[in-house]
Ligand binder design. Structure first.
Ligand SMILES: *[C@@H]1O[C@H](CO)[C@@H](O)[C@H](O)[C@H]1NC(C)=O
Ligand SMILES: *[C@@H]1O[C@H](CO)[C@@H](O)[C@H](O)[C@H]1NC(C)=O
Length: 345
């Protein structure tokens, strides 16, 4: 009897082991199958076509790792913002950084000479509690730089669109491509990166910028089309730097107009940011440029800046990011208070 019991125990134990291992081997392919399907769907949505099966397999592995990391983040402790798979999901963070940012952190030796100007908003105190320049029609729709390090040009153009609206009462989408193609003899180098201040300097020297409609974005550098640059719709008279490392000064500036801002935007959390107030860990190695188009405070009391990005509307909150404001570090979160500037008109 005892022997029989032992035997049946062994049998059940074996069965259990078999069941467990079967369900394990069943579970894994299920997850894999789900991810493979998700990758196929993602490819269709983003119009991605790989050159061969090897490339697809390689991209799938990256996609899978990113999705797992995004899910782990979203299922973890709620830190006030969420990540999501987006058009960058089949890129490693290194690839993403290399192709989608483009702010050249300037060594002091290349600081444009016209930058040293007094900060005109230094004594400005009539600062509204919240502000969104979009509601004042001073912000054009979100643009998409594509796989080109042209964020500097998008940032400069968005700030210029803002001041043009505020001075002339007309919101016009201006040409980023003119900067990529024509602003080539100074410190800016198209898809290889550049600076907002040198873009402003170039625009001033040429007497203005034409419209996006007249000189549309192509996503790569081409020969300067001088037939189009004769028609300068908007102009600026100068530009100024916001005193560095002061979110208070940045607030004074943003309260008056959209402002070009440099950030460290190459991190994983930045790559996949989808909603909420970004409070992620990032450094001050500023490599990306965006435009501060407002600020506010959530119902739970978190203060934020409203940033317009140039990664299309599929990234972040329809192309925008809310990022924590008034942090303890003087640089601002992700270094956003380090190299801000704005055009004057
Ligand atoms: C701000 O106020 C100070 C003190 O009155 C003055 O010296 C300075 O010129 C003012 N700055 C601006 C930009 O108006
Ligand atoms: C830009 O940032 C650098 C640090 O990266 C800083 O040394 C420099 O003063 C800043 N320049 C301006 C104009 O904000």
């Amino acid at each position: 009897m005892a022997k029989q019991n032992q035997l049946s125990f062994l049998t059940s134990a074996t069965l259990l082991v078999i069941i467990v291992s079967v369900s394990e081997t069943l579970c894994r392919p299920l997850e894999e199958e789900h991810l493979l399907k998700q990758h196929d769907e993602w490819m269709a949505i983003h119009g991605r076509i790989y050159k061969d099966a090897a490339e697809k397999a390689k991209r799938y592995e990256i996609f899978k790792e990113n999705v797992k990391r995004i899910n782990a983040f979203n299922n973890g402790k709620d830190v006030g913002y969420k990540l999501a798979a987006n058009k960058f999901t089949d890129l490693t963070n290194e690839e993403f950084r290399a192709s989608y940012t483009g702010y050249n952190r300037r060594p002091t030796s290349v600081l444009p000479s016209m930058a040293a100007k007094p900060f005109k908003y230094a004594n400005f105190t009539a600062i509204p509690a919240t502000l969104d320049w979009r509601t004042k029609k001073a912000v054009t729709s979100v643009k998409d730089q594509g796989a080109c390090g042209s964020c500097w040009a998008f940032s400069a153009v968005a700030a210029m669109e803002g001041i043009t609206m505020l001075k002339k009462g007309k919101l016009v989408s201006l040409s980023v491509q003119e900067l990529l193609d024509c602003d080539v003899n100074g410190k800016d180098s198209g898809c290889e990166g550049g600076y907002m201040d040198s873009a402003f300097k170039f625009i001033i020297s040429k007497g203005g910028l034409t419209t996006e409609a007249n000189y549309p974005y192509r996503g790569n550098e081409r020969t300067c089309d001088t037939a189009k640059t004769g028609n300068h719709t908007a102009s600026i008279t100068g530009y100024q730097d916001v005193p560095a490392n002061s979110e208070k000064a940045l607030l004074q500036a943003v309260a008056n107009q959209p402002v070009s801002v440099a950030v460290e935007g190459g991190g994983f959390d930045f790559q996949f940011y989808s909603s909420g107030v970004f409070t992620g860990s990032c450094g001050t190695d500023i490599d990306h440029a965006v435009t501060a188009v407002g600020y506010g405070k959530t119902s739970s009391g978190t203060k934020y800046w409203l940033l317009k990005n140039s990664w299309g509307t599929g990234w972040g909150e329809s192309g925008y990011m809310r990022i924590q404001r008034d942090v303890s570090s003087r640089t601002g979160l992700c270094g956003l208070a380090m190299n801000a500037s704005y055009p004057t008109a």
